[in-house]
Design a protein around this ligand. Structure first.
Ligand code: NAD
Length: 324
């Protein structure tokens, strides 16, 4: 069965999903919406029966869609999700779910009421070797985890403004927080220290922190620290290490490995070339079958990750630990 798909937001990450969908049989994009109409038009030219729109409701009233991809910046959520929920259209939405908790909590309740299929763009969960990694963790005792996202500041202008993006921990390092929850379970308390070291002097209008460290307690008794910076000139390291009594699990953006002995330390990563392709295929399979369990990251589950990152912002602002 061919699925008719629509895009809301046709910027950087939309392009990655569109490239995947072009390679998936039975996926046809028939509608693109972007506030910048010329972007939607450029995307629509690549698909034989696609139309471009600058208003979400116009698109949804004009085209009958089986599912939609919501690829909007953090501050732009709300209208798209509400319109899709109202019409019962399953959707894949990019992380983060918003800049604070209020809107995502409202939307999660409406999604649950409708029983709508949803997927959220935490593609690290689709690294294939993570299934094995989970088995390893099931037979180990987790002590602690160390995660990081150490890179440069993304170029999109909204990213550097706190009330538009939520800042690096909410916008970007949410991937590592989600991975921690996926592998090690729920976070019950966070304490964060952030700093504004350099980037606000370099780029006018920048008010996001450019360094930060978040310490967490988990329900299973383990502890974790996740640090991030966006002030270095190029990407350095991104990933999560989990330290257990059976060895160390190392996860990077496209693969993972377990180090049990000194010899294992030289072993290669089990690589997944394109976790996002696996994510997109799983979403379409779930839409076709109505089986939400094919998706590794639902809206309801992602809300918990989002709440941890917002709690980190609250802790950094108040200087106090926040319980979840
Ligand atoms: N999963 C990942 O690894 C990953 C990677 C990159 C980006 N992202 C996420 O994807 C989201 C979008 O990022 P991006 O890099 O594509 O941003 P972008 O700025 O390149 O693209 C966003 C697009 O949305 C459009 N837009 C904004 N408000 C709109 C509205 N109300 N209606 C219609 N269109 C609207 C903009 O005009 C723009 O074209 C962000 O939340 C980001 O965190 C996720």
């Amino acid at each position: 069965m061919t699925l008719k798909l629509g895009f809301i937001g046709t910027g950087g990450v939309a392009k990655a999903h569109i490239a995947n969908l072009a390679a998936i049989e039975g996926a046809e994009i028939t509608a693109f919406c972007d506030l910048q109409l010329e972007r939607a038009e450029a995307a629509a030219r690549e698909w034989s029966d696609a139309k471009a729109y600058s208003a979400i409701v116009d698109m949804l009233d004009d085209r009958k869609l089986d599912a939609a991809f919501v690829c909007l910046p953090p501050m732009a959520h709300g209208e798209a999700e509400r319109a899709l929920i109202e019409r019962g259209i399953p959707f894949m939405v990019e992380k983060p779910l918003g800049v604070d908790n209020e809107l995502p909590r409202q939307l999660a309740a409406q999604i649950a009421e409708k029983g709508l299929i949803t997927s959220v763009g935490y593609q690290w969960r689709y690294i294939q070797s993570l299934d094995e990694a989970k088995q390893f963790l099931d037979s180990s005792r987790i002590g602690m985890s160390l995660g990081c996202w150490l890179g440069s500041m993304p170029k999109v202008p909204w990213w550097r403004v706190q009330h538009l993006s939520g800042g690096q921990f909410v916008e970007q390092t949410t991937h590592i927080t989600d991975l921690l929850r996926y592998l090690c379970g729920e976070v019950i308390e966070v304490y964060a220290a952030y700093g504004h070291r350099i980037m606000h002097e370099l780029e006018e209008g920048t008010d996001v922190a450019d360094v930060g460290t978040v310490t967490m307690k988990l329900a299973n008794g383990s502890v974790a620290t996740i640090s991030n910076t966006c002030l270095i000139p190029a990407g350095h390291q991104t990933g999560l290490n989990v330290y257990t009594d059976q060895g160390v699990l190392e996860v990077k953006a496209n693969g993972s490995r377990v180090i049990r002995t000194k010899e294992d330390a030289s072993a290669h990563f089990a690589i997944t070339q394109n976790p996002r392709l696996f994510e997109d295929t799983s979403f379409l399979d779930a839409v076709r079958t109505g089986d939400q369990s094919l998706i590794k990251s639902s809206y309801a589950d992602s809300l918990k990750t989002h709440e941890v990152t917002v709690a980190a912002n609250m802790s950094a602002a108040t200087g106090k630990p926040v319980k979840l």
